[in-house]
Design a protein around this ligand. Structure first.
Ligand code: S3P
Length: 723
């Protein structure tokens, strides 16, 4: 990073002072000049050695970088004061806690210099304020959000970005509006609530006595309410639009909880608050742009336990909910997809405790116990949630609406809507047969004989769930075997399911009995480590407690055909599913023609397998895999594009791809929000000729929370970064 000659800090308090100290620690600046309203404070900063010189506002003349760190309420006035003195190359950035108003003020005050204004917000604070509390390590490991605009000069943004990184911060980017929404929810609203609550109690008669009895929970409110009142007043005013939305939303929550409590429904009240909190999490995460930065080299070693199986976690919640009795689940995947399913069932009136370190308790309501939801059911990114739940809701005596994120809204739903219509349910879709879905349930469904046009476990499972309620015996015939977790788990819940060749048969009208379920580790998550360890020289990794259901284990067979060294040990059965440990050692891989019969048995593992193919000697050919085009992204195109960017020859076809193995280069690829593509390219970084950056990776949390930390422990040189 080029050294900054002159840095001017306007407002030398905790943040401004710490920034100056951190920049000096990184040897990123030659000279720091402090400017501030209080002359005495700036002099103090100089005396403490935080800045080299104290000056007036015109000191910004000749500065390479101006850092604004005063309260947001003063931004407009300060910008107007410094604007006439800014040089043609001076970059301006700020540390304000709100962004839309700061951007508006900068646009009004800076004229042409606005292109070199890079709005920022370091998420760091300390117990004490003021320059005396400034520390060079204040930003270490903390996040700084930058909100550059389309017109922001790229070089200016890159400079500010690099400086924050040098100061120890992890930099994220988002739009000013997204920033303000996120912080209204997680920072500004909590401050308003704390001030309001503490004020309300402090102004009652007998307040002193109330405070004497305040327990630790209330002390958290008093701690927040003792924050600088003027500063928070300014922040709240500056971000009032987003904050008012949050207050309205929170008011609704309080009203709902009050109503549930008044009705004596404590479980409903608890579920309601929890459900709303959970819905906010993915929103906050999605607003952040997350990328992976992978340094080449390294090997994967040691024992790794990846999180629980996603397919089984979904089904455990679904079947547990409609069973009679209490289902206890262990090893549950605490990823966003399975949590989406959990929240949908809470909205359908099921009490669910957890998750707590993989433990979940589902208080089943029985086959007829689901209740009409009060809101649209949000499936997030999860196709499994939407398709399977639609099957179940098709048979209910109420209507419901299911929706999801932008990726889910692009996925085909006629494949379930059409056969469910044959059974007597009516399902409305948006144009092109896509979500949102409006389900008009019919408690008197008819059994059908149905030959699946595509090999899809989701469609098969949706029909089997509807069939539980149908009048008669439903027969579903698969064109090729697909994962059979639904069949196995139904049997575990005491429901008879018969298989005759390619046909699965089930008679409606029975009952499910609660069962305890131990979820094995997800072979689809383990697949990234199988591929990483196979391609990176010196690797020797053992993947523990992996689900090895033959309808899921195609990845092992394909990798073995390519010459991989995989050894399965400790094979055992856990809750009706085969489980084992898989040891993977590096090997020389060779390109193959992937047998079509293995496609449905490895359907989620192709992004990882394409990376294996890119590192293999010779050509790998995949055919009969058109389904890959309608997953969380078009996995054929997105992988082909990414591989090409890394210098690998990859020719996409309608139903597959041809990959010429060879050297993998470095570069930046886009995961298009697809969790499995993000993790596949992260593994490619092990053997790349130069660093690999993978953009748009936040959705890794849908299936593999903790991926970065686990992969790093195993030896992948990966960090979360900003693209
Ligand atoms: C799944 C089935 C598969 C798979 C998905 C999970 C399931 O989808 O890709 O990740 O849990 O039933 P399709 O049925 O669309 O092939």
């Amino acid at each position: 990073m080029a050294k900054i000659g002159k840095l001017v800090v306007v407002g030398v308090g905790l943040i401004g002072g710490s920034f100056a100290l951190a920049a000096r620690r990184a040897n990123a600046v030659a000279r720091v000049v402090g400017v501030g309203r209080s002359r005495a404070n700036v002099e103090r900063a100089r005396a403490l050695g935080v800045i080299d010189a104290a000056a007036a506002a015109d000191a910004v003349h000749g500065a390479d970088l101006v850092f604004l760190a005063m309260p947001v309420g003063q931004t407009a006035a300060v910008l107007a004061e410094i604007a006439p003195h800014l040089g043609a190359d001076t970059v301006v950035t700020d540390a304000g806690s709100t962004k839309s108003d700061v951007v508006a003020a900068a646009r009004a005050a800076l004229g042409a210099a606005f292109a070199r204004f890079v709005p920022g917000h370091p998420i760091a604070g300390a117990e004490h304020s003021g320059v005396a509390a400034a520390r060079a390590d204040l930003f270490d490991g903390k996040r700084t959000v930058l909100t550059p605009l389309a017109e922001t000069d790229a070089a200016a943004a890159a400079r500010v970005h690099a400086l924050w990184r040098a100061c120890g911060a992890e930099v994220r980017e988002m739009t000013p509006e997204a920033h303000d929404r996120v912080f209204a929810a997680v920072s500004h609203l909590p401050h308003v609530l704390a001030y309001a609550l503490v004020h309300d109690i402090a102004t009652r008669a007998g307040a002193q006595e109330l405070f004497d009895y305040a327990a630790s929970g209330f002390r958290d409110f008093t701690r927040i309410a003792s924050s600088h009142p003027e500063m928070w007043r300014d922040i709240c005013i500056a971000n009032r639009a987003a904050l008012i939305d949050e207050l309205d939303r929170y008011g609704e929550v309080l009203r709902e909880v009050r109503a549930l409590l008044a009705a004596g429904d404590a479980a409903g009240a608890r579920a309601s608050v929890r459900r709303r909190a959970r819905r906010a999490q993915p929103l906050a995460r999605a607003a952040m742009t997350l990328a992976f930065a992978v340094q080449p080299g390294g090997a994967l070693r040691g024992c790794v336990r990846v999180p629980g199986d996603k397919s089984i976690s979904h089904r455990a919640i679904m079947l547990g909910s409609i069973a009679r009795g209490t289902t206890r689940i262990g090893g549950f995947l605490e990823g966003e997809d399975a949590l989406a399913t959990m929240n949908v069932f809470r909205a359908l009136g099921v009490a669910i405790d957890g998750p707590d370190r993989g433990r979940v308790t589902v208080h089943g309501v029985g086959m007829r116990g689901l209740r009409a939801p009060q809101q649209v059911l949000d499936c997030g990114n999860s196709g499994t949630s939407m398709r399977l739940i639609t099957g179940l809701l098709a048979a209910q005596p109420f209507d419901a609406e299911l929706d999801g994120d932008a990726s889910l809204r692009r996925r085909p739903m006629r494949r379930i809507a059409d056969p469910l219509a044959l059974m007597g349910a009516r399902i409305e879709t948006a144009t092109g047969g896509r979500p949102p879905l409006r389900i008009h349930g019919n408690p008197r469904l008819r059994a059908i004989d149905y030959a699946l046009p595509v090999a899809s476990a989701q469609v098969k499972s949706a029909l089997l769930l509807a069939a539980l309620y149908a009048n008669g015996t439903t027969r579903v015939t698969e064109p090729a075997p697909t994962r059979d977790h639904t069949e196995r788990m139904l049997a575990g819940f005491g429901y008879a399911v018969r298989r005759e060749g390619a046909t699965i048969e089930l008679t409606g009208g029975g009952e499910l009995r609660a069962a305890d379920i131990e979820v094995p580790a997800d072979i689809s998550s383990a697949a990234f480590f199988m591929v990483g360890a196979s391609i990176a020289e010196g690797s020797d990794v053992t993947l523990e407690h992996i689900g090895l259901n033959p309808t899921r284990a195609g990845v092992i067979e394909i990798l073995r055909l390519m010459g991989a060294d995989l050894a399965v040990a400790n094979e055992r059965a856990v809750g009706g599913e085969p489980v084992g440990d898989v040891r993977v050692r590096a090997a020389r891989l060779t390109g193959i023609e992937i047998p079509e019969r293995l496609v449905p048995l490895a359907i989620d593992e192709f992004p990882a397998l394409f990376v294996a193919a890119a590192c293999a000697r010779g050509r790998t050919v995949l055919r009969g895999a058109a389904e890959l085009r309608v997953k969380e992204s078009d996995r054929i195109q997105v992988m082909a594009d990414g591989l090409a960017l890394l210098g690998v020859r990859a020719a996409p076809a309608d139903d597959g791809i041809v990959i010429e193995g060879g050297a993998v280069g470095g570069g930046t690829v886009d995961a298009h929000g697809d969790h499995r593509i993000a993790m596949a390219f992260a593994m490619a970084g092990l053997v790349a000729g130069a660093p690999v950056t993978v953009r748009d990776c936040a959705n890794v949390a849908t299936s593999f929370p903790g991926f970065v930390a686990l992969a790093r422990t195993a030896g992948l040189r990966i960090a979360e970064a900003c693209p």
